[in-house]
Ligand binder design. Structure first.
Ligand SMILES: [Zn+2]
Length: 494
């Protein structure tokens, strides 16, 4: 009897508490309750920028700051901050996927876009391909916001694709391209499509299908810059793309549009009374990391930072309604500041002498191979080139030995090269001579690399604007998405 009484008493209290919570929550349904999963942030961000530097963690960011500082000042110890490293809110996120401490971009992107863990190679679905994970971009679109997806690599690549596609493999490029056309998103820009007609090139062009679904497709610099809100849904592809349908590396870019250009155009097209969500990926920081090319990496981080400057201009006009989040999906290359040969010193001015990416340098090697051929090639031919294009004027006997061996390897047609352990550890499947040149230059600058793949270190998060303080602390990559959804008034789906 008394226990029953107690039960009634307790349940009355519980009901009262629940009722009180409902009353508090009712007017806005957004009151944050401490510790509650997916608690909604009280104030909503109307304009949301999500900048993802692929393969960009602290070493890439620090290196760029030291590089800028070295160039801009007579004080050799100066470090120039980047636009985003001065954001008032900073945190760290762990990046492991559902099946590895070293994530790939598909699993990391799925976490950053939807708040769910999945396995490496899997895009926007669970590892068994049974559950689709809705991304914040899809939710934002449903809510009536405009949505933009910008990348310096192909727009069907893993990081942009996690925001609109759901595939058991990131390599299902045709299916991903179809998902792009069906997304209803307002602005796709930057790189092209890797497989618009499918693996066998026998399918209807995905861009044609997108056109039928109302997209305007532009592939001309003037046409892109002249786009206006009257053009409706747009797919804007940089003309003259580099390898793999990606924009050129910043270090190689001449008069082509920059990531900042695509970002400012996006802001212009997406700005509307219902707000917008725009994801901008700096995709080639990752590629430069895979190739262990530090100069190319820092130039791409600077290009990414310039794109963030465009968001900051918008932020200055709408500081109470805008959120900018900047992070990476994982680290690439095992880049670090410090090398055995340079001990406690760095010489970042040395990488400023590099005038082109490894990718452009590869083309010169290919041309040379066509005449020199297997068993041919002489390092002497290359010494003036290494001086002019990489500032490598002081080569030791050991450097020359490494370069000669690599040059000999590069004179063999790629398909005929031996694929043994030593070759992989030295060159990672890249052009041996290019790889050795950048390794030697980076090492002289005091920059080390440990891998041609990704690493499992944590990645920093920088936030400014509405709800920015939620990004302080040390959390998981899935939490980045959950925090953003909360600030955008979107419901994280379990
Ligand atoms: Zn990545």
């Amino acid at each position: 009897m008394s226990s029953k009484k107690n039960w009634f008493f307790m349940s009355a209290i519980v009901s009262t508490v629940i009722a009180a919570r409902l009353i508090i929550a009712a007017p806005q349904q957004t009151t944050a309750l401490a510790g509650e999963e997916n608690a909604h942030y009280a104030k909503k961000a109307k304009y949301v920028f999500y900048f993802i530097g692929d393969g960009m963690a602290m070493p890439q960011i620090n290196s760029t700051e030291i590089f800028k500082g070295t160039l801009s000042s007579k004080d050799p110890m100066s470090k120039d901050k980047l636009n985003f490293t001065v954001f008032p809110n900073q945190g760290m996120q762990t990046t492991q996927s559902a099946n590895s401490f070293i994530t790939d971009s598909a699993a990391a992107g799925t976490a950053l876009a939807s708040g769910h863990k999945t396995a490496n190679d899997v895009l926007g679905v669970d590892p068994t391909n049974a559950i689709k994970f809705k991304s914040m971009a899809e939710m934002a679109k449903e809510k009536g916001m405009k949505v933009g997806i910008v990348s310096s690599v192909s727009i069907d690549h893993a990081t942009p694709a996690v925001f609109y596609a759901h595939e058991p493999s990131r390599n299902n490029f045709y299916e991903i391209a179809l998902a792009m056309g069906s997304s209803g998103f307002d602005y796709f820009a930057g790189g092209g499509l890797l497989s618009p007609t499918g693996k066998k090139k026998d399918k209807t062009d995905a861009l044609e299908i997108a056109k039928q679904k109302g997209y305007k497709i532009v592939n001309d610099q003037n046409a892109i810059m002249n786009l206006s809100k009257n053009d409706g849904k747009v797919i804007a592809i940089q003309p003259g793309l580099a390898n793999d349908e990606a924009m050129q590396y910043e270090i190689d870019r001449t008069n082509q549009l920059s990531l900042a250009d695509f970002t400012s155009k996006g802001i212009e097209l997406l700005d509307n009374p219902n707000g917008f969500f725009m994801m901008v990926e700096g995709g080639k920081v990752d590629w430069a990391g895979h190739a262990n090319d530090a100069a190319t990496s820092v130039h791409d981080v600077m290009s990414f930072d310039n794109a963030i400057a465009e968001a900051l201009k918008f932020y200055a006009k709408h500081p109470d309604e805008t959120l900018i989040v900047v992070t990476g999906d994982h680290e690439t290359g095992g880049m670090t500041i410090g090398f055995a040969g340079t001990k406690y010193e760095t010489f970042f001015n040395k990488i400023n002498k590099q005038t082109l990416s490894y990718e452009e340098f590869d083309k010169q090697i290919k041309t040379y191979r066509a005449t020199a051929g297997e068993g041919g090639g002489n390092l002497q031919d290359w010494l003036p080139v290494l001086a002019n294009e990489f500032g490598l004027t002081e080569l030791t006997a050991y450097d020359k030995e490494r370069l000669s061996e690599a040059l000999a390897q590069s004179m063999i047609e790629p398909k005929k090269r031996i694929k043994d352990e030593q070759t992989y550890l030295l060159y990672g499947g890249y052009e041996p001579f290019s790889m050795t040149v950048t390794h030697i230059l980076n090492q002289k600058a005091g920059i080390g690399w440990t891998t041609y793949a990704h690493t499992g270190v944590a990645v920093p998060v920088f936030a400014q604007g509405v709800g920015g303080e939620m990004f302080q602390g040390y959390y998981d990559n899935t939490d980045v998405a959950k925090k953003m959804m909360s600030i955008m008034g979107l419901k994280f789906q379990q």
